[in-house]
Ligand binder design. Structure first.
Ligand code: ZN
Length: 540
């Protein structure tokens, strides 16, 4: 599932494997190859549907989940060495086939066999599951009383005393101390596997599978850091003044941002969300009445999640009932995932962009085109038309929201670079690395005796090498939203042509072309930082 913000846990997946090695099939002609791929992709799509349904049942509480069975179906495909060999051989001859679609299918199959090796590696899976269980079952304590992560987060936002915030902030270190050794072992196992597949380390492999150029990525993220540094320092200085303190610590940020927020939660009633989604998307031309999208509100460990069960016939999403504008932003984001899924118009399952096997799609792109929909919610025109907020309230909100946005970006940079550096050298002093990252990206010092906290993050265990996607997705969303602004101007929130443009340039062709080519064709330029920095009010 494509999801937003993990609040605490995801359930445990126990794996079972069986590899069925068949006799190598004789494939001599192009037609035989096509028919072989058709059969393989049917199997693949069935496994995708089973995995989607198992996840849906798990989170919606609507049926029995059978994640083991679903994973076994993938193992049958990806642990089959004959399949892999055949794909490798034909991919090498791909250009002689004179068939773009067929070449593309072979290319994605080849990547999926790399990604599938990790997805179905039983030693890594056992390690992941054990660590996930440790994280999931951990009982945090605060002042000798049990406390949950959600409670800590809520308290951190509202607690006025910095010393108490420090104690609250340190609670996760209890888990980090228990999990650190296991995390480091897991990182080393993943690195070993990546090296055995011919990559420098696991991070490089992960980026390769999503076709993200590593050198470009690091250059881009460094440039975002440099360009937002001054503005972020200004926010920190302004907050110091406002709260009359000399030093800001990491445990102060949430409370500071909470104090800057200005738009009232009451403009975003939860019980109107589906009505608003239908009304708005109908206005910009989507046939909301007939789309095969199922919507649900339910408490889940994420802000929201969408699952493309069968592309393009069945997409379902769940929203966690959180408060305020954030709820609408998550709703538009998840609906954006669903819109992409039901408007994908490609016949071959491997090119539909199923999310389960690394290599089959680019997470940054899916997140980006989903996040594009979220841009409407913070568009002053949209706020004016779809909420009861006054012009004055909207202006104030627009003027102050950058602090939270820049903080969120720099916090993600910290999380990204920590993980990126950890994979480069898991034996280095990681406690020191964490402190260095706080200093560099959040411009705050952590006192020496403060314990580490990184290993408490479920992300490093269950969703490794994912943080860059949340920054790239913001860049993608900003760049594409500028296109909508330029193309449709004042009519952007009511012109039915908007949906046509979105569908034809961003959704319809699935994975037929690389994600960066889709961006370039849609926006007339390669993905760059400009639009995002303009949105953050860092450049004009
Ligand atoms: Zn998402």
């Amino acid at each position: 599932m494509r999801f937003e913000i993990i609040i605490f846990l995801v359930p445990i997946v126990i794996l079972a494997f069986s590899s069925c090695e068949r006799k190598k099939e004789e494939i001599k002609t192009k037609n035989q190859l096509i028919s072989y791929l058709d059969t393989l992709e049917q199997k693949y799509e069935n496994a995708c549907i089973e995995t989607g349904l198992a996840n849906w049942n798990l989170y919606s509480g609507s049926g029995k989940e059978n994640l083991d069975y679903a994973k076994k179906k993938f193992s049958e495909i990806f642990l089959n060495k004959n399949n892999q060999k055949l794909i490798e051989e034909w991919r090498a001859r791909s250009s002689s086939l004179a068939d773009d679609t067929l070449s593309r299918r072979l290319e994605l199959w080849w990547r999926c066999f790399l990604g599938g090796q990790i997805y179905t590696d039983s030693i890594i899976a056992i390690k992941e599951n054990n660590l996930q269980k440790k994280i999931a079952n951990f009982k945090f304590k605060y002042a000798n009383e049990p406390i949950t992560l959600a409670e800590i987060n809520n308290k951190l936002r509202k607690e006025k005393n910095s010393k108490i915030r420090y104690k609250l902030w340190n609670v996760v270190s209890q888990l980090s101390a228990e999990a650190k050794e296991d995390l480091v072992e897991l990182v080393k196992l993943r690195n070993e596997k990546a090296k055995s597949l011919g990559f420098y380390n696991f991070y490089s492999l992960s980026l390769y599978l999503q076709q993200i150029d590593e050198e470009w990525l690091i250059k881009t993220l460094n440039s975002l850091e440099e360009q937002t540094n001054r503005k972020f320092q200004e926010f920190i200085d302004a907050s110091k003044k406002k709260h009359r303190v000399k030093v800001i610590y990491p445990w102060d940020f949430e409370a500071m941002i909470y104090n800057w927020t200005t738009i009232s939660d009451s403009y975003f009633p939860k019980d109107s969300i589906f009505y608003i989604l239908d009304k708005f998307y109908n206005n910009i031309g989507f046939k909301t009445d007939s789309l095969p999208i199922k919507k649900l509100i339910r408490a889940i460990p994420f802000g929201g999640l969408n699952i493309g069960i069968k592309i393009p016939d069945d997409s379902r999403f769940i929203l966690n009932p959180i408060d305020g504008i954030r709820f609408y932003q998550v709703a538009f984001h998840e609906y954006g995932h669903a819109l992409q899924i039901v408007h994908t118009n490609i016949k071959y399952p491997i090119l539909k962009g199923y999310e389960w096997i690394p290599g089959a799609s680019c997470g940054a792109y899916s997140e980006g085109v989903a996040e594009l929909q979220t841009q409407f919610v913070t568009d002053p025109e949209w706020l004016k038309k779809y909420t009861g907020a006054s012009q004055d309230e909207i202006d104030k909100y627009i003027a102050t929201k950058n602090f939270g946005e820049i903080y969120a970006m720099r916090k993600t940079l910290k999380d990204f670079f920590f993980e990126y550096e950890m994979y480069k050298d898991p034996d280095q002093d990681l406690d020191l690395l964490e402190k260095t990252m706080y200093k560099k990206y959040l411009l705050v010092e952590i006192p020496n005796n403060t314990p580490h906290r990184f290993a408490a993050s479920i992300w490093y265990t269950m969703y490794p090498c994912y943080y860059q996607n949340y920054i790239l997705s913001e860049m993608i969303a900003s760049q594409l939203y500028e296109v909508i602004l330029n193309k449709f101007g004042d009519s952007r929130i009511e012109n039915p042509e908007v949906s046509k443009w979105i569908i034809s340039s961003l959704y319809a062709n699935g994975e037929m072309e690389e994600w960066y080519i889709r961006i370039k064709n849609a926006s007339g330029k390669s993905l760059e930082t400009g639009a995002y920095l303009r949105k953050l009010n860092v450049i004009k």
